[in-house]
Design a protein around this ligand. Sequence first.
Ligand SMILES: [Zn+2]
Length: 473
Amino acid sequence: MKQNLQRSLSCLKALEHRFKCYLLNFSCVFVKMPRKCCVPCCRSNYKTETTSTTTFGFPKDEELKKKWISSINRKDFLPGSTAAVCINHFDEQHLIWEYRIPQKDGSAHTIERKRPRLADGAYPTKFPNQPHYLSEDLPKTRKSPSLRKAEEITRAENQFSEWCEADNIKSLNEIKENVAEKVKDPWQHTVKENSIFIYKIETSDCPKVSICFQILSNLTVNIFYENARLDTKSVLGFVLGNDLKLDKWTKFDCVLSHLNSFEAKEMSVNQKLSVIKILLHELIEADSENDYSEKLKFISAQLTLAFCKKIRYDSDIILWCANLYFRYPSAYLLIRKTGSLTLPHQTYLRRFTTTLSMDNEDNIHVKYLKEKGKLLKEHEKLVNLLLDEIYITPKLDYKGGEILGIADNSEECVAASTVQTFMVSSLFSSNKEVVSLVPVKNMTAEDLLRYTKRVILHEKFSNYCEFGVGNTI
Ligand SMILES: [Zn+2]
């Protein structure tokens, strides 16, 4: 019995031993031990180490694997399937410590990882226990391409706005402070209280200022060439812009550069003309009371007309021409024929002299009368025609594109002294209307008969009334 018991016990012990061995084997299979680092001189996860270190297996990509092998600098090393490199040899930029979960709106949720993963293309670069030259310093930051691009754009925009800010000229004082530095030979400068002159002196012959520009306190510019003032817009408009202001340092440099090579022969006909016009204008403005002022105005207007592409006559010229043409038509035509002056065609002048009559279909007064006639009752259409004379001061005037005040009964252009008025007055109501006004001078009986017939026989007038006329003529 005792022997049986001892046998059973020894059997149990044997089973226990076998079970322990089995358990041990089991743990060997299923408990993953941290992999030792294969980098020379690195002791990560060796038995002597008390802490375990994260390791990464060699990549499957052959090119990257070669890069790993050459980086770790271990002679004749061929990594097996369990070969690994510990985290200590990877740059922080190559380690990814979070999960990114993209959202529909383009943003991403991030969750921290317990164990990092390697970024695409990561390879060992840090070898602390080996000679320094074996390690590689990666560029400080490596951000995503889109982030890098966005930062580049922001940086460029900031730089540009800073540059623009620095390029602005805020006041004349700012130019005064910097002009000495900006203006180099052959340019010279003179600073005055309200302006700065920048000029070039010609010394080849008799010394003289060849070209000069003056910057005023509102930053506009005057240009002078050989003692004449040029038109700023035609010479520098393309640099200064619409407001013609020198409000940027880049414009300043451009102006210097352009004017440095400026020569009169480069001036177009228009530029030369504008110089002459500016001088004429200055002379006219200087003394408008002077005798020659009117002559200069005429010359200035003719100069403009001589070279402009689309001719537009000003009111003074039209009045002057009308005066001449209506008094001495053949003289006017002769002068015009010579081509020495730019004068309007006679039909153009005649267009301006339409008087208030019923001749014109579009005459607003005739239209009014027609409308008024429709509103009148039958008995109101029986009217008297009243004739009257209004005395006026003889004077020609130009208004709304017409020359007013020329006598209608004169062959020549004579100012009217009276206005012959034709009025209708209803016999059986208080309705009264002016139907025609004719400016005249020294009207004869024949003239009056002609005008009266014109009024009565005009078909527009017949629309207005039944002819109850007769007794007042
Ligand atoms: Zn290591």
